[in-house]
Design a binder for this molecule. Structure first.
Ligand SMILES: Nc1ncnc2c1ncn2[C@@H]1O[C@H](COP(=O)(O)OP(=O)(O)OP(=O)(O)O)[C@@H](O)[C@H]1O
Ligand SMILES: Nc1nc2c(ncn2[C@@H]2O[C@H](COP(=O)(O)O)[C@@H](O)[C@H]2O)c(=O)[nH]1
Length: 400
């Protein structure tokens, strides 16, 4: 589009402050068959709205921008953007999918950073829109293949969750990975930042929660704890099965999220034994021990009766409980010790994109092209914002 045409176009579309619109699509995107494959910004139209993808988000050069133009009001708006989105790059192809998603393909990017989904009217986005009372869109990174279900382990403080998880990770280091939570509590003497927890400040954590960076969070024994989306995805991306050690409130939030997990609750043999273990650990003051024991009663009740947990383990004899944990996870001596294979998606730098039902055809363009075509099968995609969109199947069709 020439500069003069662009200016005329921008004024006819209403004012988009400091946002360069390279081109806007016309009706071809409304039926889901439209394609954009030029440099810089791109846009797709869904109903009366154009979603313009490009530039930067709120002036931050590390975050790709999203703006919405509403045809009925002729107004531009900047939605709240949830999730961790792609960094801006040279150009994008975008295509409208079902269920309020836009597939965004980055041009010339690394294989683990090429496929993204912008959710504009998914279940998650609708919920967040209602919750926040404002316009919301959410990014989700596209990943090839599926991951094994994460494991959520809850139970009262001192019951032995950490001990069991450590045993599992020690015996199967390439199979399991720990989701490192954020917390506002102070580190214990042996605890390392980034290993046991991400120790953080309350204001910083609250800001990140508001920015949609957390899968769940809760106030536990007087401090704020939470699982960032990144903490889970980092483990899953490395091909390992993710383990979350979180309280019952957190487990409840995860249960109602898009993360399909296995939920395990660990019970103590008695309250007396729980108290003895907490005291023997020697990490809490008397006041904190009392607080944790008071909370334990309610947690055990909720753990047994809330319907969140499909497995209840009693940690009396440690070795026996560990064996039961391995059994319910289906780990026996014949189980493979490797995680899921992780592969990126290598896409040609210059390409055109077409859509046919659930398949996206990516055809290389340019002088050195071999005319091979990459097909992304999206018929089995699952998950989505605020986490990854998994289950992309990739095929290459060689030119004859
Ligand atoms: N079956 C068991 N028998 C005796 N002691 C145990 C048993 N399991 C764990 N312990 C001990 O109990 C203490 C508490 O265990 P652990 O720190 O793993 O609990 P936790 O559930 O992770 O607690 P928190 O929620 O506070 O992090 C530790 O000192 C641990 O060695
Ligand atoms: N909801 C969440 N609960 C969490 C998270 N990380 C840990 N926890 C729970 O907090 C208590 C106390 O832990 P401690 O390390 O201070 O002893 C324990 O029950 C954990 O399960 C989290 O990210 N979210």
């Amino acid at each position: 589009m020439a500069q003069a045409e662009l200016e005329a176009f921008k004024s006819s579309m209403g004012e988009a402050a400091a946002f360069f619109v390279d081109h806007l699509e016309n009706g071809q995107h409304t039926n889901g068959f439209g394609v954009k494959s030029e440099d810089r910004d791109t846009s797709v139209q869904i109903g009366d709205r154009s979603y313009v993808i490009g530039g930067s988000h709120e002036g931050n050069p590390l975050f790709l921008g999203v703006q919405i133009h509403d045809k009925t009001t002729n107004k531009w708006s900047s939605p709240t953007v949830l999730g961790t989105g792609p960094k801006p790059c040279k150009g994008y192809s975008a295509i409208v999918l079902k269920q309020g998603r836009i597939l965004v393909i980055k041009k010339g990017s690394a294989s683990d950073d090429s496929i993204w989904f912008l959710e504009v009217d998914s279940l998650f986005v609708r919920e967040q829109r209602k919750l926040l009372g404002k316009e919301v869109v959410a990014w989700s990174k596209g990943v090839r293949g599926n991951a094994e279900k994460p494991i959520v382990i809850s139970g009262p403080s001192g019951v032995g969750k950490g001990t069991l998880i450590t045993m599992l990770m020690k015996e199967f280091p390439s199979m399991f990975g720990f989701s490192v939570s954020h917390t506002t509590r102070s580190p214990r003497c042996m605890e390392k930042n980034g290993v046991h927890y991400h120790f953080t400040d309350k204001t910083v954590m609250e800001k990140e929660i508001n920015d949609g960076k957390f899968l769940e969070f809760a106030s536990v024994h007087g401090n704020l704890y939470g699982t960032s989306i990144e903490s889970v995805e980092v483990v899953t991306d490395s091909g390992k099965r993710c383990i979350l050690d979180i309280d019952v409130q957190g487990a409840r939030s995860v249960k109602s999220s898009s993360l399909d997990a296995v939920f395990i609750f660990v019970c103590p043999p008695s309250m007396k034994e729980l108290e003895d273990r907490l005291r023997a650990r020697g990490t809490e003051t008397e006041e904190q021990i009392q607080k944790r024991l008071r909370n334990a009663e309610a947690e055990i009740k909720a753990g047994k009766s809330s319907g969140i947990f499909e497995h209840i383990l009693y940690n009396d004899n440690l070795e026996e409980c560990y064996k039961n944990l391995k059994n319910l996870l289906g780990i026996n001596d014949d189980a493979p010790v490797n995680g899921v294979e992780v592969e990126g998606i290598n896409l040609p730098k210059e390409h055109t994109v077409t859509k046919m039902e659930d398949k996206i055809m990516i055809q290389e363009t340019g002088e050195a092209t071999k005319n091979d075509m990459i097909v992304l099968d999206l018929s089995s995609i699952n998950g989505g914002a605020p986490g990854r969109t998994r289950g992309i199947v990739l095929d290459t069709v060689k030119s004859s």
